[in-house]
Design a protein around this ligand. Sequence first.
Ligand SMILES: Cc1ncc(COP(=O)(O)O)c(C=O)c1O
Length: 483
Amino acid sequence: MDNYKPLCEAIEKYRKAHVYPFHTPGHKGGRGADETLSALMGDTALTSDVSLMSELDDLHNPQGCLQEAQELAAKLYGADATFFAPNGTTGAIHAMLIGTLVPGDKILVPRNTHRSVIGGLILGGLRPVYVLPAYSEAWSLSLQVTVEDIEKMLIAQTYIAAVLITSPNYYGMVADLPAIAKVAHEHGALLLVDEAHGAHLGFSPLLPPSALQCGADVVAQSTHKLLGALTQCSMLHIRGKRVERQQVAAAMSLLTTTSPNYLLLASLDCARSQMATEGKVLVERAVKVADKLRIALEKIPQLKVLKQSIIGQGGVVGLDTTKVTVNVRELGFSGVYAGEELRRAGIAVELVDRDNLLFLLTYADDNQEIDDVIGKIVLTFMMLGALHREVNKLENSILPLPRQVLLPRVAFYAFKKECLFAEAAGEISAEQISFYPPGIPVVVPGEEITEEIISYCQELKAAGIPVSGPRDSSLERIQVVKK
Ligand SMILES: Cc1ncc(COP(=O)(O)O)c(C=O)c1O
């Protein structure tokens, strides 16, 4: 049964039946495809790019192969229901927020949340109450939100309808979800988890348990990030009686195309089957190969490699060791520069900021090339280390949260104007500004810009810290709400 892929079988059956297609897609099984597209995709992929035939079921009202495929995924992850999300975890998070909350609801959100959550707040007309994650000066990284901080907010703020947690965070650090679930539920709030980076958790004791195993009510996972689904393919899982299944299904349907790509959906069926048949073996291969890289990097004196010792600090109760984070501050070069050097050596990493690089490893990295690749990585860092640059000892201060004047939704729909950032004190921002580090937004849409915010941003910009968010990345000008 684990090996059974109902959706893939249905597609294959339809393909092999050689039915003449007086239906979409317009390329008609590749007959009319541009030659470059044909070369990129190949015949099998184009003839499998099928459409809404009855035997291929309907994602908006699944009763056949799609229903079976989603039920198999739910069984694998221990969910009561699973929804395939071909618009990535971004779409799944939007549906999670719209399908469980109502406009005006308050939601507790970690301040360093992903932009998809901000999008969900706008779509759902929600009231965010931000909680700052703990921050490590030594690593220049956000850690996790602590149970204590969440409990304090739940006590201080009345009627918080949901707590949203990102766990693991990008660097693999896991929050204390069992304790957070308990405290959230005691206060009548849902626990919603952005587990974009955790579709592989819970399959082996070598990795932390999954959010569903820890008591979350709804979980959005990017199956494409760490498992074998095609890019943009995710899943949304629900469990327990606190959420209404029909409402989540309606939200998923609202936010999903009526013409989902079956190759993408089939890749979710395949990724599920792969994990059902050999999940433990696969994730343990990923852990093993990541350990190999970590051990090699630890031999380079100026590098600091994130490992289990981070557990216990700032709300972190577990580490997904398939993420290898390297702090390069002592090299005297930025993470951005080290990333460029690696790229010149033919290696691309997942993420860089001023001080860190993140290598993302999966079972697919346990291959014949990997020893050579690790050798090249080590050589590149040794070369940088040999250049002996002076280390820049910058501290990272974190500003207090600005005043929220408008809800993100109101700021999104407000009339806007552009002004000089240096003169924007007193204006309400229509944009988000984040620097990496610390990776915690200085301001988000609807919040007041102050003199303190302007000088903080100017200092970080002058120090060459990468900025993310504003349309004008030089931060000369900014979009604000027209009063
Ligand atoms: C923490 C987090 N949440 C959500 C997302 C959105 O995921 P997707 O790219 O699958 O839409 C990302 C993507 O990087 C992410 O890092």
